[in-house]
Design a protein around this ligand. Structure first.
Ligand code: UDX
Length: 486
């Protein structure tokens, strides 16, 4: 269908297309909202399944009122309706037939879009969006929602293999330094690489997929990263040697808060993008606790724990000198025949005086609550950034994807937490919680609050991320004028 690109007076129309996972939606929707504040028309492309949950647990009418030019559209995630979509289900999306279904649906949305889409901001994990964009002559910018450090490690994997530093020999010292990732020579160890690098097989399909998607991200017109120059400067310089147009505009949740405050004043309601029902009762519980006395424990939206791991964590927390707020998502404890759910009920009963357990928390509000003194986290990139912005030190228990690299940077480069990677032992949990919350409390509180100060400055007027977002907005305007003229 011939698209009408003649009108030059209308605002640019941007389509934002995330991988259909909570962690990806969170940061991409925030970017979309920031572009809507700049006056752009926005189409946010959700999967049918996620949109149903977004509508169920959020006030979509209030969202439309706040962002009049913002519309949601939905497409398939490629999976059959009865697919359980739990555990590591998302890997199924990368099978060729699923990808083909999503690719066709994306094409259809773009071809039928009115006004025409002037620019696509695609999730860097959905490389096929580049092929569709090229075919239709629409500029595309990729957004990688994971950390820049991990993006750089993914990119470097072929070089690490070439240098003979991979595969890791099963019996060797996991603390061996990896020296072939430029900028990380002094701190990246075997155990900090993404978990698929632990396999002996360098032809592993997950590894190949990630490398392929990462290299493809660099073929887009530009790359957006959810970080700030002050946080990841040295690695951003490395990435810019491969892709000159990199916009570091994060942390996006903080940048959105800054711009919403400026527009509506402090009193605006926070809009959440949650795909689970939020249990706000934990805020009332936190209100009754002394300042910086509670550790918040949560492992994001995908990670599962075994029954044994949860019990170790719980004993460590219980034996420590501190209170805890623990998130256990429904169906996230792996055990036989409902054993997982039983253990949660049992722990809830036994921890009444020392802790509070919820299925899903309002995480940003929790981390900014004065009662919180530490975050026991899996180091998903959103969680890591949310903790940094709130000035909360971390205990890191990484599980997959970018999390092993992130925890190394948190503990070794930024020195705002401890890394509990590769172990789950109640004694170690207890020791680390006591270190962060009691014995070394002031040391960690100081480093975390300094980091928070620097990071929050980046998203204020004149800060690096604030200016980079202004550049991105201007560049999309220019791009869309060129597209109109075609
Ligand atoms: C995944 C990857 O782990 C992450 O590293 C990648 O960058 C994005 O996709 P996830 O594992 O869910 O995401 O972790 P994370 O990135 O931390 O995102 C979880 C989000 O859910 C956070 O924004 C957090 O605020 C929110 N959350 C989590 C809640 O709102 N309530 C909760 O109880 C738990």
């Amino acid at each position: 269908m011939e698209q009408d690109r003649s009108s030059q007076s209308r605002p640019p129309h941007v389509l934002v297309f995330p991988l259909p996972l909570q962690g990806h939606i969170n940061s991409m929707i925030k970017l979309a909202e920031l572009l809507a504040i700049a006056g752009f028309k926005l189409t946010f492309l959700n999967s049918h399944h996620n949109h149903e949950r977004l509508v169920k647990f959020n006030n979509i009418a209030a969202h439309s009122e706040r962002y009049p030019g913002f519309q949601f559209k939905t497409i398939t995630d490629g999976l059959p309706l009865n697919h359980p979509r739990s555990g590591s289900w998302f890997l199924d999306m990368f099978e060729d037939t699923m990808e083909l279904k999503m690719k066709e649906s994306l094409r259809e949305v773009l071809v039928n879009s009115s006004p025409p889409v002037d620019c696509i901001i695609g999730d860097g994990f959905l490389g096929f969006a580049l092929d569709v964009a090229k075919e239709l002559g629409i500029p595309i910018i990729f957004f990688r929602t994971s950390s820049p450090c991990c993006f750089w490690v993914y990119h470097s994997i072929p070089d690490i293999i070439q240098a003979g530093e991979l595969p890791i020999n099963g019996s060797e010292d996991m603390d061996r330094l990896i020296t072939t990732v430029p900028g990380m020579e002094t701190y990246l160890r075997c155990r900090d690489l993404p978990t698929f690098c632990r396999k002996l097989d360098i032809e592993d399909s997950s590894m190949k997929l990630v490398v392929k998607q990462t290299r493809k991200s660099l073929q887009a017109d530009a790359l957006i990263l959810n970080t700030a120059e002050e946080l990841d400067g040295p690695i951003l310089s490395q990435i810019r040697t491969k892709c000159p147009r990199v916009y570091a505009v994060g942390p996006l949740h903080a940048q959105l808060n800054t711009r919403l405050n400026a527009k509506h004043g402090e009193s605006y309601d926070h809009f959440s993008n949650t795909l689970w029902e939020v249990d706000k009762s934990c805020i009332f519980w936190l209100n009754k606790q002394p300042n910086r006395s509670v550790i918040y424990v949560s492992f994001g939206s995908i990670t599962s724990t075994s029954r044994e791991q949860l019990v170790e964590l719980w004993y460590g927390l219980l034996n420590s000198k501190t209170k805890f707020l623990l998130v256990v998502r429904p169906n996230s404890v792996i055990g036989k025949d409902g054993e997982g759910e039983d253990v949660v009920m049992e722990l809830m009963e036994k921890s009444k005086d020392r802790g509070y357990i919820v299925n899903w928390a309002p995480q940003e509000a929790v981390l900014n609550h004065p009662a919180i003194g530490g975050f026991f986290t899996h180091n998903g990139w959103n969680s890591t950034l949310e903790s940094i912005v709130a000035g909360v030190p971390m205990i890191c228990w990484p599980q997959f994807a970018d999390q092993h690299v992130n925890s190394r940077v948190v503990s070794e480069v930024w020195k705002i937490g401890l890394d509990m990677k590769d172990v789950c032992d109640s004694k170690i949990v207890e020791k680390m919680v006591n270190d962060v919350m009691v014995d070394r409390k002031e040391e960690f509180a100081k480093s975390a609050s300094e980091m928070a100060k620097v990071t929050n400055q980046c998203v204020n007027v004149g800060g690096s991320s604030y200016s980079n977002l202004d550049c991105l907005i201007e560049d999309i305007r220019i791009m869309s004028l060129k597209t109109h003229k075609k």
